[in-house]
Structure formats: structure tokens, C-alpha cells
Design a protein around this ligand. Structure first.
Ligand code: GLN
Length: 552
């Protein structure tokens, strides 16, 4: 059994500095040394998980195989490490407090006064340890928020204590800060970093490494100044400069020597093999073709809302040596009279997942447009449900077809809540989490799907059975299966017991590439292993273009 080492990543000055990407990139570089690495996120907010948070506020909700609804940083971890995360890789302060409060109700504290220290901090430490395995060499722990937030304090106190519990040689503290460049004085400023480290040290944590996000590389003098004020050696202050694409970050860190410093401080063995990252960046930087995909959704105002989707489209482009330009189309803007204007120039159209009826009629219009104009179309979760509704209304002769989500009293609920399945799901969720809450009503996590041999789906995956991640309440209503099939819709993927429609498509003689899936394939795409559905969607979009270089 290995003694796992821990790297704690904290952030200062402001949020959104890219701590998740920093942790993922360091993790990738350590993995490149042949080490067994994982990453955990500790989020200071009081929600039990981000499942109930609006994508407008918090960005995408990422879903793991075991059905945890998590922060989007877990998506970065999976994409950079190529290993699946689980609910042990993510804890919020809310979840920690709820564990403590449940224990209190069960009398587990034997009448003692329950306090932040030691009860909450003990639970944080247990959560951190729960994410390790006997084979794990390194666990990176990213603390969400910034040093100085009231909510972060129990987490910071817990990671401070761990150094004493585990020994100095097993813990490393990295602090990520911002060095802003002031145009008026024409120089980069180190004061916010000094203050942030001062705050961290007042909590008893002395950083071993300081990483400074900045527009330009820090000068040796500036590094010296920061080192002096923050009590670290000069060679432990690094620039983390802004780069063109996020997959360049590991290479940039390697050039700076960050991974070597980490390895030396933690006495980690091995030489990194960064060749795969170099090759990836070469391919990203030298596309042979361009393709424009329209993303017709309702959360288009915030780019972070469709993070995994953006990445999966980029990965799909990689496999086709193509640069993918994503054009966001607000579904609410689409009207029958302006479809050509909004969708006309697109090589492919994607309707992503979503909740509620806002923008749905626009998404249905987009599905119809793509079907009739034979434009490559990819419907994901809500997107697939829109394909079903559209096909039912305009091909299968059910003009009132809709989803139970939008109108529970509708005559033809082609998408509906499957009650027995729903109960089974809630039960399964309760078993998993010992609580019944809002999240319990969704089909969450990985489920198997069997593919029809001569389908587009099978052609992409080249496997008879696949596993993909779900996050939805509503399902295809099997009462309409025969009618839809007779009308020409093909069901390319079903649950192994044939009770759930997981994938649909149009025959290739009708349409070049028209596919929908009830699951979220974007969560499983990585740059090193692009997802087959995104690869084929981009391929179809490229094939539909008049000539490889004609458009921009
Ligand atoms: N709102 C739909 C449902 O709950 C689709 C969910 C989604 O797209 N993730 O079934």
C-alpha cells in the first residue's frame, strides 16, 4: 500500500483564476511521470451539490459515472487525467455539514458540543482521505473560492491540520494568485499576491509554491520580491501566463518547471513523458479544415454553461483535423421566418440538454430545419426530446405532441415521466445517498445502452453495448414507438431490457447525419480520446460543406 501524497491548491485575490485547470494540468504532468494521480474538489458553498444551481449562475453541472452532480472542474480533471471521477472527488461545505448534522441526530457525538473544530474539520479530513485508494501516489485537492471567504475557513483549517497528521513530507501547498498589469503605471503589481499569501499564512498555511496568473511572464526581480515577502524560495514562484488554448497549459507549466519543482518537493520519481501533450497541441494548432456548428440553447449567455459540450466539439474536430467554430444561437430568438438567417450558414446544428420550456419551440424549429434541409443534426438529452416532438408533430401526424415537462395535461405526451421507473430511480438514489431530495427524481449517472447493428450509432461506437451518463427526468413514451417507427424514425439505441429509448436517428438514405441521444456523451470525451459521436457529427458537418476551404 502506497502512502498517498497530497497537493493542496488554494486561490487568492479573485475567483475564476482557473484553479481547476491549474490542478488538472499539474495532475496531467504528474500522470505523465507514470504516477497514479487523482484530483478532488472541495467547494465552500452550502448547497449539497451543484445539481440544483442554475447554469446561468454556476456554469455546467458535470455528471460522473456514479451519478454525482458536480462542479464543472471535475470535467477538466477527467479531460486532463483521462480517468473517471466519482462522488468522492467532490464535496461541498453543505454536504460536509449535512454529514455532521446527521451524525449529531444519531447521537454519534455522545452528548458533546458539536463544533467547527474538530467535528466539521474532522469530516473534511475524512472526505479528503476517502478520495484516495491504496494505489494512489498523489491526490490533488482543489479548494474552491478564495482565501479569506468565510465559508472556506473549515476547509483551510482541515488542510492545515493534515500537514501535522500526515507529516510534512506528504503535503504540499500551492497558492494561485493574480499579478495584474497596471496600464497607468506600466508595470505588473505584486501587492495583491502579498496580501493573499499574508491571509493564508494568518490561517497557519505557508505555501510551498506560488503560481502567479499574469498576462506576461514575471521578471526575475518580481519573482524575487514575491519570494521575499511571502517567505518562499525564489525558484518556487512561477508565472502562469495566459495561453491561447487550455490544452497548452500543461506544456506551459512544464516549460516553467512547475512539475519538476513539485516532484522534487514531494520526492516523486520518474521523468515526464509529455510527447502526447506536444502532439495534441500540434494537431490543435494545425487544422486542415474549418467547420461552424450552431449550438441552439437557452443558456447561451454564459459560455461556461456548456463547457463539456464545447470541449467535446473541439475534440471531435481534432479527429477530423478541423477547427470547430461554435456559434451560439439563442433558441428564444428562433422564429419560422428567421431560420435561414440564424441557421443558414451553419455546417451542423446541435441542440443540447436543458430544463423547462423556455426556448423549446425554437429548438424544435431548429430540429425541423435540420431534418428538412438535410443538415447534420445532433440532439442531446432535451435536444433528442425536441427531435421526438418535432417528428411526431410534422411527420407522424400528431400536431399536439409535446413533453409532459412542458404541458402535463397534453393529449400526446410523446416524452413523459415513466412512473414505475421513476419510483425505482428514487429508491436507487436513496440507497446511494441515504436521503431523498430533489436530485433523487432524476435518472443520473451511467447506464448501458444496446445499439442496433446497422445504425449510425453502431457505426460510430463500433461496439454492440455502450455506457453513457444521464441526467434527466423524462423519457421517450413507448406508446408512440410503433407509430414513430412506421413514420420513419429509427431507434438506434435502447436500454438492454428494451424499456427505454436511448438513441434515435434517421436512415442515411433520408438524411446524412441526424442523431439524438437521451444521455450526455459530452461528459466522456477527452482530448486524447475524442468521443465517437462528436467525431462523426463533425465529420458529417465537414462532408456537407461545398469545399474544404470555401467558407470562413
Ligand atoms: N428536461 C429534460 C428532462 O428532464 C431534459 C434534461 C436534460 O436535457 N438534461 O428529461
Amino acid at each position: 500500500m502506497k502512502k498517498t501524497k497530497f497537493i493542496f491548491v488554494t486561490g487568492g485575490v479573485l475567483s475564476s483564476l482557473g484553479k481547476g485547470l491549474a490542478a488538472a494540468s499539474i495532475g496531467a504532468l504528474l500522470k505523465a511521470r507514470g504516477l497514479n494521480v487523482s484530483i478532488q474538489k472541495l467547494d465552500p458553498y452550502l448547497n449539497l451539490d451543484p445539481g440544483t444551481m442554475s447554469p446561468f449562475q454556476h456554469g455546467e453541472v458535470f455528471v460522473t459515472d456514479d451519478g454525482a452532480e458536480t462542479d464543472l472542474d471535475l470535467g477538466h480533471y477527467e479531460r486532463y487525467l483521462g480517468v473517471p471521477m466519482s462522488r468522492k472527488n467532490t464535496y461541498t461545505a453543505g454536504r460536509i455539514y449535512s454529514i455532521v448534522l446527521n451524525k449529531e441526530r444519531q447521537g454519534k457525538y455522545l452528548g458533546g458540543t458539536v463544533q467547527v473544530i474538530p467535528h466539521v474539520t474532522d469530516e473534511v479530513k475524512a472526505a479528503i482521505k476517502s478520495a484516495t485508494t491504496p494505489e494512489m501516489d498523489v491526490l490533488l485537492v482543489e479548494i474552491g473560492g478564495t482565501v479569506g471567504d468565510i465559508e472556506s475557513q473549515p476547509f483551510l483549517e482541515a488542510i492545515r491540520q493534515l500537514k501535522n497528521d500526515l507529516g510534512k513530507s506528504r503535503c504540499l501547498y500551492i497558492h494561485l494568485t493574480l499579478v495584474p498589469y497596471l496600464k497607468t503605471s506600466g508595470e505588473p503589481k505584486s501587492k495583491p499576491t502579498q496580501h493573499s499569501v499574508k491571509e493564508l499564512r494568518s490561517l497557519g498555511i505557508q505555501p510551498d509554491i506560488i503560481m502567479c496568473r499574469s498576462e506576461q511572464a514575471l521578471s526575475p526581480e518580481l519573482k524575487r520580491k514575491i519570494a521575499l515577502f511571502c517567505d518562499v524560495s525564489e525558484n518556487a514562484v512561477f508565472s502562469a501566463v495566459d495561453v491561447g488554448n487550455i490544452y497548452e497549459v500543461p506544456l506551459e507549466y512544464h516549460r516553467e518547471g512547475i512539475d519538476n519543482k513539485v516532484a522534487r518537493l514531494l520526492r516523486l520519481k520518474g521523468e515526464p513523458d509529455i510527447a502526447p501533450w506536444v502532439r495534441l497541441n500540434e494537431r490543435l494548432g494545425n487544422p486542415k479544415q474549418e467547420v461552424t456548428i450552431g449550438l441552439v440553447g437557452k443558456y447561451v449567455a454564459l459560455g461556461e454553461s456548456y463547457k463539456s459540450l464545447h470541449e467535446a466539439l473541439t475534440h471531435g474536430g481534432l479527429d477530423n483535423q478541423a477547427r470547430v467554430t461554435i456559434r451560439h444561437v439563442n433558441a428564444e430568438d428562433l422564429k419560422p421566418r428567421n431560420l435561414e438567417k440564424h441557421l443558414g450558414g451553419l455546417d451542423g446544428i446541435l441542440v443540447p440538454g436543458g430544463f423547462g420550456d423556455r426556448g423549446v419551440e425554437g429548438m424544435i424549429l431548429a430540429a425541423r430545419y435540420a431534418r428538412e434541409k438535410r443538415r447534420p443534426f445532433f440532439g442531446i438529452c432535451l435536444g433528442m426530446q425536441c427531435q421526438v416532438i418535432e417528428f411526431a408533430r410534422h411527420v407522424a401526424g400528431l400536431p399536439e405532441a409535446t413533453s409532459e415537462e412542458f404541458n402535463p395535461k397534453a393529449k400526446d405526451k410523446v416524452i413523459y415521466l415513466m412512473t414505475d421507473w421513476y419510483d425505482h430511480r428514487a429508491e436507487r438514489h436513496e440507497k446511494r445517498t441515504a436521503q431523498s431530495d430533489l436530485g433523487g427524481t432524476m435518472r443520473l449517472g451511467s447506464y448501458p445502452c444496446r445499439l442496433a447493428p446497422s445504425s449510425l450509432a453502431f457505426k460510430a461506437y463500433k461496439e454492440p453495448e455502450i455506457n453513457e451518463r444521464h441526467r434527466h427526468r423524462f423519457e421517450f413514451n413507448n406508446d408512440y414507438l410503433d407509430l414513430m417507427e412506421k413514420s420513419g424514425l429509427k431507434f438506434g439505441g435502447l436500454s438492454p431490457d428494451h424499456t427505454l429509448v436511448e438513441m434515435l436517428e434517421l436512415p442515411t438514405k433520408e438524411h446524412p447525419w441526424y442523431l439524438g441521444c437521451q444521455f450526455h456523451p459530452e461528459f466522456k470525451s477527452t482530448p486524447m480520446k475524442p468521443h465517437p459521436l462528436f467525431r462523426d457529427f463533425i465529420k458529417a458537418a465537414l462532408a456537407g460543406r461545398p469545399s474544404p476551404t470555401a467558407k470562413n
